[in-house]
Write a protein that binds this ligand. Structure first.
Ligand SMILES: Nc1ncnc2c1ncn2[C@@H]1O[C@H](COP(=O)(O)OP(=O)(O)O)[C@@H](O)[C@H]1O
Ligand SMILES: [Mg+2]
Length: 460
């Protein structure tokens, strides 16, 4: 059973069409099974009567027209030579011929009737022909089939011509089955096309839903999903959109609350600074000033971090290589140990200021904790990778995930006087994720940490 909904529905339709057709074949076999009727006609002399009537008509008509006598199963022809040799007939056929002669009289001594094969039940005939047919596949004989004449008869007219009558076993198998398979195929194609349209109507909004839910899960900003598809799917979309609205509201509210608190703390800090001016002991005063500075920094960073989601930077297309290049030379000018490996232009659609911030944060970490940063960009068809490789001792694998959380730092960094707040990686990740990308940290043996920004390349 196929896993996808489309596959399941298509196989259901194929199964339906096939079973209906098998049923129809079966009814067709039974309803068109004339084998008993044919046998009766042969045994009751119906065909002898028919031949006699035909000869009577042809002899007495002006045109000796054979067409009007023919019917669906019975064919008449007037020809100049006999159709078959009437010398070596079986006893049964000799009887048939005798009966025919008795019926038409002495005027026609050259009269014969021959049964070629006994009419069989349609089902057994079909099976037999089918097996024969399969046996002939891949041979030149595929197109030929067993004789379909059940009975033949010939009578020489007084003018020397021959009247021939053929009783046909209609529909040789499997030729007629091939005929019924054509409409089956046509209908299957039409049904499958329709079902594909219907299934796409269901699955494409569901797939979009899954994609957006995934993005929401990793903290990306997403828009509401447009209502489409059948009612049931639309209900799911409405529920998702409501949930999205709530989550966005709650997040926004939290961010604003955090920003507000940080902002408000600055007022008492300022008055504390004023009061600290009056402290006599210079050592203590110095210490308090330093701590107030630190707290102000934390407030500042918290406000920026909390509000960064609400920064309304427009998405645009730019060359990410030259952006990184200019950013690296700026940092190098500030005296940081940064090296950029120039590569070919890569058009990228995103928010350049936010991305600049993310890349800068990682470069600064490389310089801060790994002495230097070697930056390079690799274009990998579907994604681009921005590698920021340093010369430090890397990060223990079990700590990597933690360091992306705000205010998380390694013990070694807390002790040193680097002044960092532990927000750099958190900000970088949230920027990269809001572009649908991810940051991967890899410890390179004998080198340091390789921080890789992986960004999906969507056609601009
Ligand atoms: N390239 C690196 N090499 C080693 N440790 C790192 C590296 N980058 C980050 N870290 C560790 O991750 C912590 C968090 O980094 P970050 O979020 O930028 O905060 P901050 O730099 O302000 O401390 C750092 O304090 C440091 O301990
Ligand atoms: Mg940092």
């Amino acid at each position: 059973m196929p896993k996808k909904l489309a596959g399941q529905i298509i196989s259901l339709i194929l199964f339906m069409l096939l079973s209906i057709n098998i049923l129809i074949f079966f009814f067709f076999f039974i309803l068109t099974d004339f084998h008993e009727e044919l046998e009766n006609r042969i045994n009751n002399g119906t065909y002898i009567d028919q031949m006699a009537d035909a000869i009577n008509i042809i002899e007495n008509s002006q045109f000796q027209d054979d067409f009007s006598l023919s019917s669906f199963r019975v064919k008449f022809y007037v020809i100049n030579t006999p159709l078959f040799n009437s010398e070596a007939l079986t006893t049964f056929n000799q009887t048939l011929s005798q009966n025919l002669k008795a019926k038409i009289g002495n005027k026609y001594p050259n009269a014969a009737m021959q049964q070629l094969y006994t009419p069989q039940s349609r089902i057994s005939a079909a099976l037999k022909h089918f097996i024969e047919y399969v046996g002939r596949i891949n041979t030149d004989e595929t197109k030929t089939y067993s004789p379909s004449v059940i009975l033949q008869s010939q009578v020489q007219l007084t003018n020397g011509q021959w009247v021939v009558m053929l009783i046909l076993d209609i529909y040789p198998f499997p030729e007629w089955i091939a005929e019924t398979l054509k409409p089956l195929l046509l209908f299957s194609i039409i049904f499958i096309l329709f079902s594909i349209i219907i299934v796409l109507g269901i699955t494409s909004p569901l797939n979009e839903l899954a994609k957006k839910a995934n993005k929401l899960g990793i903290g990306e900003k997403i828009d509401e999903i447009k209502l489409r598809g059948p009612m049931d799917v639309q209900n799911v979309i409405v529920a998702f959109n409501n949930m999205l609205k709530r989550i966005t509201n709650v997040n926004d509210h939290r961010a604003r609350a955090l920003a507000a608190i940080s902002h408000d703390i600055r007022t008492p800090l300022t008055s504390m600074r004023l009061q600290a001016e009056f402290i006599e002991e210079k050592d203590i005063q110095e210490d308090i000033f330093k701590k107030i500075d630190e707290m102000e920094q934390i407030c500042e960073a918290t406000i920026t971090f909390a509000l960064q989601d609400s920064w309304a930077e427009k998405t645009r297309v730019f060359d990410i290589v030259s952006l990184t290049d200019s950013l690296c030379s700026d940092l190098a000018e500030q005296g940081l140990n940064v090296y950029f490996e120039l590569s070919n232009k890569i058009k990228f659609s995103g928010r350049p200021i936010a991305l600049k911030r993310a890349i800068t944060n990682l470069i600064k970490n490389g310089v801060e904790y790994g002495n230097s940063a070697h930056v390079s960009i690799v274009n990998k068809k579907d994604v681009i990778e921005i590698h920021i490789l340093d010369n430090g001792s890397g990060i223990p694998a079990d700590k990597m995930e933690d360091l992306f959380a705000p205010f998380e730092r390694l013990e070694s960094s807390r002790n040193r006087d680097s002044g960092g707040l532990g927000l750099g990686m958190a900000i970088a990740r949230s920027v990269v994720r809001s572009h649908g990308g991810e940051i991967e940290l890899v410890n390179i043996e004998g080198r340091g940490l390789d921080a890789v920004i992986v960004l999906p390349l969507t056609p601009a």
